[in-house]
Design a protein around this ligand. Structure first.
Ligand SMILES: Nc1ncnc2c1ncn2[C@@H]1O[C@H](COP(=O)(O)OP(=O)(O)OP(=O)(O)O)[C@@H](O)[C@H]1O
Ligand SMILES: [Mg+2]
Length: 353
């Protein structure tokens, strides 16, 4: 028995393009408890580094150990089919196959892979008998992007323990919440849910079936496009449009009308992705779980539900998690909960740190 049980804490640091968000989870026994929270909006012309400084000055965090993430063009994720072999052998073998899957040179990227439980889908298993093949998730990130993240974090006196990928952090937050997966009947298509995070500059999608990812993608549409649409429609500056967009009660109809074309573009791309995954994976996407600041725009969630013909709702990644109210502004946390999915997913690694 140990009298001094070491508490494990980890900060999930989401370096968003418009808002830096930090959530600290501390393991109390097996239970992850929210012990720190801060968010800081990056002002026009401001830097991510300054926003991180502001977060760590303003929030009360026990730990300086952080997990952050990369996203965008420096990251490529592929779902591929490989002959059945151990994970170690896969790691060796994939190095000879990367030119088949990746638009990057091997010496400029860091690779990671994860064998998946499901069988390869029809488009993945182009050669060999299906039974000899396994589905593998392959992620590659430009080494330079990872190094930039590490330098940024270390420059703030923080210690980076892992660099994740935004779309996978979504899935980790969902898993932490322990949301139930619907079982499908024999012979029916497997059910799936789509996690869709609408940020300021991009929308991240991760489709999950049978408890694991089967598709992920980023779309370069987000809340900043909505702000610009409002600015154009009302002939005002972006900063004014941003304020008007958020004061939804006062300007709901105008904002809703102005952002329609952005929502239509977003839903068009989202529907293409969901149709693709249903066709190629033989799954049925039953529900869309929405997050990110972009879905706070008036009518956004309803529009996505109607236009995709699927159930859609905003979800709270903190649901069911205990919050240490002596350290965290609970009201502020609740207000921004839907924007904290990536940060929570990053911090969820505290369970295996
Ligand atoms: N009440 C609101 N109504 C409408 N939009 C909002 C509201 N609050 C925030 N937003 C929008 O949410 C976006 C920020 O959300 P979020 O924090 O998820 O983005 P981010 O993580 O910084 O961006 P990205 O993931 O693209 O890098 C901004 O575009 C902002 O305008
Ligand atoms: Mg984001």
């Amino acid at each position: 028995m140990s009298v001094f049980r070491r508490q494990k804490s980890l900060v999930g640091l989401d370096l968003g393009s418009s808002v830096v968000k930090a959530i600290e989870l501390t393991l109390e026994g097996p239970e992850p408890v929210v012990t720190g929270f801060a968010r800081h909006e990056i002002p026009p012309g401001g830097s991510i580094a300054d926003a991180v400084t502001a977060c760590f000055q303003g929030g009360r965090f026990k730990s300086k150990r952080v997990v952050t993430s990369v996203s965008g063009q420096s990251v490529v994720v592929r779902y591929v089919s490989m002959p059945k072999m151990s994970e170690n052998e896969l790691r060796q073998a994939i190095r000879f196959e990367t030119d088949k899957y990746l638009p990057f040179e091997l010496d400029e990227v860091q690779l990671d892979l994860q064998p998946l439980k499901r069988a390869p889908s029809s488009n993945e298993s182009s050669k060999g008998k299906d039974s000899d093949q396994q589905a593998v998730l392959l992620a590659a990130c430009k080494t330079r992007a990872i190094e930039e993240r590490i330098q940024l974090v270390q420059g703030q006196g923080l210690s980076p323990v892992a660099i994740d990928v935004d779309v996978f952090a979504l899935a980790n937050a969902w898993e932490l919440c322990g949301l139930p997966t619907e079982e499908s009947e024999a012979g029916e298509p497997r059910t799936a849910i789509a996690l869709v995070d609408v940020g300021a500059t991009r929308t991240s999608i991760n489709v999950i079936s049978g408890g694991e990812t089967c598709f992920s993608r980023e779309i370069n549409i987000g809340g900043a496009d909505m702000t610009q649409a409002v600015a154009r429609a009302m002939s005002i500056e972006n900063f004014e449009a941003e304020a008007i967009k958020r004061a939804s009660e006062a300007h709901e109809l105008e904002v809703n009308t102005a952002i329609q074309p952005v929502l239509e573009d977003l839903v068009g791309e989202l529907s293409l992705s969901l149709d693709y995954v249903e066709h190629h994976e033989g799954v049925q996407v039953e529900e869309i779980l929405l997050s990110g600041g972009g879905v706070l725009a008036p009518g956004a969630a309803q529009h996505i539900e109607q236009a995709t013909g699927r159930k859609a709702r905003t979800w709270n990644p903190l649901e069911g998690l205990r919050v240490d109210a002596s350290r965290v502004d609970v009201e502020e946390l609740e207000t921004w909960a839907a924007t904290l999915v990536v940060a929570v997913g990053l911090a969820s690694r505290v369970r295996n740190s």
